[in-house]
Design a protein around this ligand. Structure first.
Ligand SMILES: *Cc1c(COP(=O)(O)O)cnc(C)c1O
Length: 369
């Protein structure tokens, strides 16, 4: 196999060092004679793996002590139901949930939440084709809402909240104490965040953390214990938290790989270093896309995602030739999401800048520059 770079949006590239370590430990983890896959989730070996993963993630994101970190099954999408079931009980029923609609994933969250609450779309960029995050001054929030849901990086539309320039700000006025809930599935650990601004953060693992099957929830402790009666016990955050994610069997092997990724991140310099690299990689790639009008990306510059970069060829009849040429050079999984077409390059933490450079070289060559 020639050297390849994998630009998949998810499941996505993992650090080579992590895969190599997992391979070396596959049959016999640390002299235990067992594969991690074969261990009881209640045994001392797996408990040590779990505790290290939890501790390292807490350190990487500077998660305050009054927040629980849960490792669940079900994927990011399941949280669209599980989060409302756990949080709306803090308000008289039917409660309202506010949303900012910035693309496909927040759209799915809105649809699912409507089963459990009254939904208010406080702001939407749908009319413009999801090419920006509506400015916070335009959000029409509901006083007394159970919470406000945002998707801080829209994986399909390539739209990311511009935290560097103050978004999201602390909420003000009648809505000053509205809880903020964020779906960070596709950019968690790629930029520094202030966890204390959020009531709850969730992320499916298969974009920027590890294999599919692990879902991470970071939730403020005082929000536990109000799950609706219909909430499945295995997804009642209080039960899960009280049992350190072992109320039922957690996705053990996925947690082990996620833990190796957390160790790798720490060795690389942590989230601050990942943010620095993400800025450099994104600048390189958008620079090539913007060089002339051969390629098109319509997202407002301040909201361009550093993780997921969708783009179109101006002449779409060249799409197949573009993808075939990319594949021949070992640049894989560049086809855009079926709902938007075109191309998409996902450049998560595990994508080295050499991979982005290889893509940029190809973009320039294909454009005849
Ligand atoms: C991938 C993704 C999800 C859904 O993940 P599943 O694990 O497939 O349920 C949710 N939100 C965002 C932002 C995503 O990128």
């Amino acid at each position: 196999m020639t050297h390849i770079y994998n630009f998949s949006a998810g499941p996505a590239v993992l650090p080579k060092e992590v895969l190599a370590q997992a391979a070396a430990e596959m049959l016999d983890w640390h002299g235990s004679g067992m594969s991690v896959m074969e261990m009881s989730h209640r045994g001392p070996e797996f408990i040590s793996i779990y505790k290290a993963a939890e501790r390292d993630l807490r350190e990487l994101l500077a998660v305050p002590d009054n927040y629980k970190i849960l490792f669940l099954q079900g994927g990011g999408l399941s949280q669209n139901a599980i989060v409302p079931m756990n949080l709306v009980g803090h308000k008289p029923q039917p409660a309202t949930i506010d949303f900012v609609h910035t693309g496909s994933w927040s759209g799915k969250s809105i649809k699912e939440a409507a089963k459990y609450a009254t939904v208010n779309v406080a702001a939407s960029s749908q009319a413009g084709g999801f090419n920006r995050v509506p400015p916070q001054s335009e959000w029409k929030l509901t006083p007394g809402a159970a919470y406000l849901h945002i998707c801080t990086n829209e994986t399909i539309d390539g739209v990311e909240f511009d935290f560097d320039h103050g978004s999201p700000q602390p909420l003000t006025g009648d809505c000053a104490d509205t809880l903020l809930v964020a779906d960070m599935s596709s950019h968690i650990l790629s930029r520094q965040i202030d966890v204390s601004k959020y009531g709850l953060i969730f992320a499916g693992a298969q974009k920027n953390i590890g294999p599919a099957g692990v879902t991470i929830v970071i939730v403020r402790e005082d929000l536990l214990g109000k799950a609706l009666p219909v909430c499945p016990s295995a997804f009642d955050f209080k039960l899960v938290a009280d049992n350190e994610s072992m109320y039922n069997t957690p996705p053990t092997y996925g947690i082990y790989i996620a833990g190796l990724v957390f160790q790798w991140l720490k060795q690389q310099g942590g989230v601050a270093e990942m943010e620095k690299r993400a800025k450099a990689k994104a600048a390189l790639l958008y620079g090539a896309l913007d060089a002339d009008d051969f390629y098109i990306n319509r997202v407002a510059p301040e909201n361009r995602s550093r993780m997921n970069v969708p783009f179109f060829l101006k002449d779409e009849s060249k799409n197949e030739a573009f993808l075939a040429g990319a594949k021949a050079r070992g640049l894989l999984q560049l086809k855009g999401h079926k709902s938007v077409g075109g191309m998409r390059a996902s450049i998560y933490n595990a994508m080295p800048i050499e991979g982005v450079q290889a893509l940029v070289d190809y973009l320039n060559e294909f454009a005849g520059r």
